[in-house]
Design a protein around this ligand. Structure first.
Ligand SMILES: NC(=O)c1ccc[n+]([C@@H]2O[C@H](COP(=O)([O-])OP(=O)(O)OC[C@H]3O[C@@H](n4cnc5c(N)ncnc54)[C@H](OP(=O)(O)O)[C@@H]3O)[C@@H](O)[C@H]2O)c1
Length: 331
């Protein structure tokens, strides 16, 4: 069945755990006007992929399909090489990376057709595996720190959930912006986070960051929370008088707490609590790729899994079995 009309890709025949995933031949589309055909090299697993796979939260079904997702293949973050281009600015042989969340997914497949505005050119000095880690996770961290948190040089930043996708990027970006970074992680993630350059690393399995005497209360200008595993207001004693807590991810209950209760408590002066939805911005992705090219960031890769074992890759990422990013190798 293999021809240039087909490619191998990870499909989701019904919502569920990693065992529902199938790696099968799926139709390979041709690039239309303004589109680029990319030979995918690496797909990076993000929480959004397993949330989509499981339809968690349920509202995923309203956007992607009630009984099963409508897209041809799973996957949001990818890097690869242009093989055919109908768009200005991209030529065969160019290395590219992109966030496909707003353009029908399909990162976990051998090829993908995407509109040029989604793509950023990968500089020659950046390996494609590193490039794949930056869409979604990197851009979310950048937008959380820069646009929501307004972090400035010399300020105190706390990153909760520092060893994986959004969190590890936030640690590296905070360090680059000149912040004093306090990175909260589990015992398994600690060595990796220390390598990222967190100024202080707190092991959440050894100590409670909200009461630990070594963590200065009332001093954090920005807290980035990637999981919201406890009430957002537990962190109030840590926030500086004008500090900002940015809730990136977690359960719907916690998101509602931040949006409603956090919003109400943020009225007037004092600390603020926010949540936000990141946008797939190729300009931000270019900025991150330039930082990687200048060796200012070096996203941690925890595992490289072949496409045929995509279910293992999704399970590994969902259960946080390895610190660092889980990549799917399409080659
Ligand atoms: N708002 C947006 O636009 C946006 C964009 C992208 C992602 N998200 C959401 O942001 C969240 C993070 O995404 P992600 O891709 O970085 O993946 P993730 O793998 O879910 O990261 C969450 C991290 O939380 C930490 N953690 C796990 N158990 C914990 C516990 N019991 N207590 C405290 N921390 C714990 C872990 O890091 P350590 O082991 O290092 O502690 C874990 O890696 C997800 O919920 C995702 O859906 C939101």
């Amino acid at each position: 069945m293999k021809s240039d009309k087909y490619m191998r890709g990870v499909t989701v025949p019904r919502y569920g755990g990693p065992d529902v995933l199938q790696v099968v031949d799926v139709p390979r589309s041709q690039p239309g006007p303004g589109e680029v055909l990319v030979r995918v090299a690496w797909g990076a697993v993000n929480a959004a992929d397993w949330r989509l796979m499981r339809a968690d939260p349920w509202m995923v079904r309203l956007a992607f399909g009630l009984r099963r997702p409508r897209f041809a293949a799973l996957g949001i973050a990818m890097s690869g090489t242009v093989v055919e281009s109908n768009a200005d600015g991209f030529s065969p042989g160019d290395g590219v990376a992109g966030d496909l969340s707003a353009s029908g997914c399909g990162a976990f497949a051998e090829y993908v057709c995407v509109g040029a505005p989604v793509l950023a050119r990968v500089p020659d000095g950046v390996e494609l595996d590193i490039a794949a880690t930056l869409p979604l996770a990197g851009t979310t961290a950048l937008q959380a720190i820069r646009d929501q948190g307004h972090l400035r040089d010399g300020q105190n930043l706390m990153v909760i959930g520092a060893s994986v996708a959004v969190g590890s990027a936030a640690v590296e970006l905070g360090r680059n912006m000149g912040a004093n970074v306090w990175a909260v992680t589990g015992t398994a993630g600690r060595p990796l986070v220390e390598r990222l350059g967190g100024t202080h690393v707190v092991d959440r399995q050894v100590t409670d960051v909200t009461t630990d005497a070594a963590v200065p209360p009332g001093s954090f200008d920005l807290i980035i929370d990637t999981g919201s595993y406890r009430s957002i207001f537990d962190y109030k004693p840590l926030l500086a008088p004008e500090g900002i807590y940015v809730h990136v991810g977690g359960s719907m209950k916690r998101l509602a707490q931040t949006a409603i209760c956090g919003g109400l408590r943020s009225r007037g002066g004092g600390p603020r609590w926010k949540t936000f939805t990141a946008t797939a911005d190729a300009g931000d992705l270019e900025k991150l790729l330039a930082m990687a090219d200048a060796n200012r960031i070096s996203p941690p890769i925890g595992a490289r899994i072949p496409l045929s074992d995509a279910a293992e890759a999704l399970g590994m990422a969902e259960e946080h079995r390895v610190p660092g990013r889980v990549l799917i190798d399409m080659e």
